[in-house]
Write a protein that binds this ligand. Structure first.
Ligand SMILES: *Cc1c(COP(=O)(O)O)cnc(C)c1O
Length: 390
């Protein structure tokens, strides 16, 4: 089966991990801070806080922005469940803003409508909005940032797909229009640490708070303590935190992968361009981008055009899988999950997201994908959508 995504591990990556294993510290040593610095520098952000997953990083980002019971967080329904769960971990409510049918990202126009409607009706405005850069393609952060000014919400960019992507001449993560940006380093993502994630920000207070939340809420800074330290061994837990730390083993892999990030994104871009070219005459539409952005191309997703396609979405999907093409579907609208429906969401809540769900297919995309593999994928898709056997 040709996978939809796959990590690329070099000998240099392996050597970097082995070096940590043979050193004094396999966690809480010098490498995680180096990885944090490398990621923050890459995306022109002030600070990086590493975590043991992207999900953990989203959780501490919400907590650092004081998300709690009685608050509402809005995100897109076309995302991984973690983008919504992070708010629920904090006891907050989650709501969803429908997508743009062309970019598959949270629609700034629908966001503006929903905010205006909520204010008009005296509803609860969101404390935080979590736009997701779907597939690596940046949302229109300038538009969402302008609404944040008007309605007073904070922004966490879920950039789990988007490390190495650009928006308005700056890297995703620079924080021009947001408070915190979160990356994931799961093996299917653009770079990997096995499991792992990072939150980047330009706000030193937010960075310190997130780092503390990753380490049980414990501080060794006398300035933050209640009373004076008992002695040099002393620490205090000043709020409830977690053990969300990334190990130095993971960070070593991440640091080594960072040196390959530009190469990875350039390779993904070439694959995407080739798909665009090869799929031009098929009854599908690829993801559209907004001007002045560069996708990190975590995913290459197409929508079938039901009017022009010889077979149903499900038949096309099954036919591809039967032909050894490990296609996938990103994502099932989050609010349709039983654990979200319990809050009263019903089918039809975000019509564009549901229409998208009935048409979307994620094609394979990974660093080691050769032209031959790609032509096999395209041929299988051609047969599945046009019923042409050749
Ligand atoms: C992968 C992913 C996450 C979670 O990252 P993990 O590192 O797997 O915890 C969050 N949001 C989105 C959009 C993702 O794709």
């Amino acid at each position: 089966m040709i996978p939809y995504g796959r990590q690329s591990i070099s000998q240099a990556d392996i050597d970097a991990v082995v070096e940590v294993l043979q050193s004094d510290f396999i966690t809480q040593g010098p490498v995680a801070p180096k990885f944090e610095r490398a990621v923050a520098d890459y995306c022109h952000a002030g600070f990086g806080v590493s975590a043991n997953s992207g999900t953990s990083a989203l959780h501490i980002a919400c907590l650092a922005l004081d998300v709690g019971p009685g608050d509402t967080v809005w995100t897109t329904p076309i995302t991984f469940v973690a983008s919504a769960n992070c708010a629920r971990y904090c006891g907050a409510d989650v709501d969803f803003v429908d997508i743009d049918p062309d970019t598959f990202n949270l629609s700034p126009a629908k966001l503006a409508d929903k905010l205006a409607r909520t204010r008009r009706e005296g509803g609860r405005l969101p404390k935080v909005i979590i736009p997701v850069h779907f597939g690596g393609q940046s949302c229109d952060m300038a538009a969402i940032g302008a609404l944040a000014g008007e309605y007073g919400f904070r922004i966490i960019e879920d950039a789990a797909h988007a490390i190495g992507g650009w928006h308005r001449g700056e890297p995703v993560g620079c924080g021009r229009f947001s408070d915190i940006t979160v990356f994931s380093f799961h093996p299917v993502k653009v770079i990997t640490t096995g499991e792992g994630g990072m939150a980047v920000t330009n706000d030193s207070a937010l960075a310190e708070r997130m780092a503390r939340l990753c380490g049980h809420g414990i501080t060794r800074d006398p300035g933050l303590m209640d009373g004076n330290p008992d002695g040099p061994w002393y620490y205090q837990q000043i709020e409830l935190g977690f053990n969300y730390r990334m190990t130095d083993i993971q960070a070593a892999l991440g640091l080594s992968q960072m040196s390959r990030l530009n190469e990875f994104v350039a390779g993904r871009e070439r694959i995407a361009e080739r798909y665009d070219e090869l799929l031009r005459d098929l009854p599908i539409s690829p993801q559209a981008s907004i001007p002045d952005t560069r996708s990190a191309w975590h995913l290459y997703v197409v929508r079938l055009d039901p009017g022009r396609c010889a077979r149903s979405h499900r038949e096309v999907f099954e036919s591809l899988r039967e032909n050894g093409i490990g296609v996938n579907l990103h994502y099932i609208p989050v609010y349709l999950q039983p654990d979200f429906r319990r809050y009263g969401y019903e089918s039809g809540y975000c019509p564009e997201a549901e229409r998208y769900y009935g048409e979307a297919i994620t094609l394979p995309m990974f660093a080691a994908m050769t032209g031959d593999i790609q032509r096999r994928v395209v041929q299988a898709l051609r047969e599945a959508t046009t019923d042409a056997r050749s």
